[in-house]
Design a protein. Structure first.
Ligand SMILES: [Zn+2]
Length: 175
């Protein structure tokens, strides 16, 4: 088994209904793609092609999943496992509300930003452990962009805050 297959097996032990499916095979996922493109005025037009999304316990992946390296898959899965654990902690209704409903209000988008930040901390940790601390540090600009730009509806458009969160997390890494 590859390390990614191993990790998927481990996730299935924790979340027996966890599965991975292709976005293009789902009408709902295609609908989300079009909705996001409209509400972000075109800013978020790559949902179906570039993004991985956990919804109700299934990880929806773009076709590019097939071309990812094993290490990249594990890093991504570790991020998504955080979301599965959040869902177990909060329940679907609360998590969907905090996450999906608000696109513009800052106060509510802060909820989404904190949910995503917890998962991105795991992305940073996994990258440091599996690739190296320099690779983890190099993630900073792209992660800051995710939070302040249209990818998640400008969920927390204050780069200084995200940079501080990033630096604090890097400083806590033991490896
Ligand atoms: Zn996420």
């Amino acid at each position: 088994m590859t390390i990614a297959e191993d990790f998927i097996a481990e996730m299935k032990r924790e979340f027996p209904r966890f599965s991975i499916r292709y976005k293009r095979e789902s009408g709902l996922q295609r609908a989300i793609h079009h909705t996001l493109r409209v509400v972000t005025l075109g800013g978020m037009s790559t949902y179906a092609t570039n993004y991985h999304t956990v919804l109700f316990g299934t990880l929806w992946v773009p076709d590019s999943w097939d071309r990812m390296s094993d290490v990249d898959r594990v890093i991504l899965l570790r991020h998504e496992r955080v979301h599965l654990r959040q869902r177990a902690r909060m329940g679907d209704v609360v998590m969907s509300f905090v996450y999906l409903v608000p696109i513009f209000p800052l106060f509510l988008a802060y909820g989404r930003a904190r949910i995503e930040w917890e998962a991105y901390e795991e992305t940073i940790t996994a990258t440091a452990e599996l690739v190296g601390k320099d690779a983890a540090r190099a993630l900073k600009p792209q992660i800051v962009r995710r939070f302040v730009g249209p990818d998640y509806g400008w969920m927390w458009p204050f780069p200084k805050t995200i940079e501080r969160w990033f630096d604090e997390h890097i400083a806590r890494l033991s490896c």
